[in-house]
Ligand binder design. Structure first.
Ligand SMILES: Cc1cc2nc3c(=O)[nH]c(=O)nc-3n(C[C@H](O)[C@H](O)[C@H](O)COP(=O)(O)O)c2cc1C
Length: 242
């Protein structure tokens, strides 16, 4: 059995070694694509001033260090709209279905890139924190209408090998033919496993269970995330609330 796909851990510290980013970009493009529309674009950030601005938005320490490659995955239906011009009704490319297709394409491409990186002794971390200020990301990257900066990915040669974070017990996540049953005792065991994980994190050690983490998240500062709906609308997406 090949368990290499279960070795994932996020890497947030990289060596100053150059990587073959072109192969990574090609791997991202080789991913499955909803209706073969390839509704995403990929931006590699090499400009240090631009990266510093993105670091400030994200707040992730990994971006403040000079090493590693930064990629931004962008939902993109602008290309399809350009190819169907003149077109008075672009709804097919601005509705929920189109936006979700772009999000699927972008996220799957990201995960394909990360998985390939991990298979080739590189590592990386997903950066959802670019959404702390989507409008500034749009401005910084000169993103046109019908695009949206969904997520970032840092990839590089790992300068650390963190412990793996224990995942939820399979019985709580996987159901046979129906939603999995929630078992409090199984959850308590998992809370204990997560508590052990956080207690062993050296300088980063803290008292934390999975339940305490989720509860703390309830009151977390969501920064600009409540504005995402308005920003998507301004970008041309027509995504009514249910
Ligand atoms: C959509 C998404 C967004 C994420 N955003 C960030 C981020 O902004 N900063 C960060 O340090 N890690 C980020 N992560 C990484 C998670 O914190 C990490 O995957 C999680 O803690 C589990 O740890 P592991 O990947 O080491 O198993 C993100 C992961 C996902 C899937």
């Amino acid at each position: 059995m090949d368990l290499s796909a279960m070795q994932h851990r996020s890497i947030r510290s990289f060596k100053a070694t150059a990587i073959d980013y072109q192969t990574l970009e090609a791997v991202a493009q080789a991913t499955s694509s909803s209706e073969f529309l390839q509704s995403f674009s990929l931006i590699r950030v090499t400009d240090t001033a631009l990266r510093a601005k993105i670091a400030k938005i994200s707040g992730s320490q990994v971006l403040f260090q000079p090493n590693g490659e930064l990629f931004i995955f962008v939902v993109d239906t602008a290309r399809a709209i350009r190819l169907t011009e003149p077109n008075s009704d672009v709804h097919t490319f601005t509705n929920w279905n189109a936006f979700l297709a772009g999000a699927f394409d972008a996220i799957l491409a990201l995960q394909n890139m990360l998985a390939y990186a991990e298979r080739t002794d590189l590592g990386g971390v997903v950066l959802g924190s670019i959404l702390n200020d989507p409008q500034q990301m749009i401005d910084l990257l000169h993103l046109p209408k019908y695009t949206f900066p969904l997520v970032g990915l840092m990839v590089g040669v790992p300068a650390e090998r963190p412990q793996q974070k224990p995942r939820l017990p399979q019985a709580l996540v996987v159901g046979d033919n129906a939603y999995p049953t929630f078992d409090q005792a199984t959850m308590a065991d998992y809370d204990a496993a997560v508590t052990r994980y956080y207690a062993q994190r050296g300088a980063d050690a803290r008292a934390e269970s999975f339940t305490s983490l989720v509860r703390r998240h309830l009151g977390a500062n969501q920064q600009h995330r409540d504005e995402i709906g308005q920003i998507l609308k301004a970008q041309g997406f027509d995504l009514p609330q249910a």
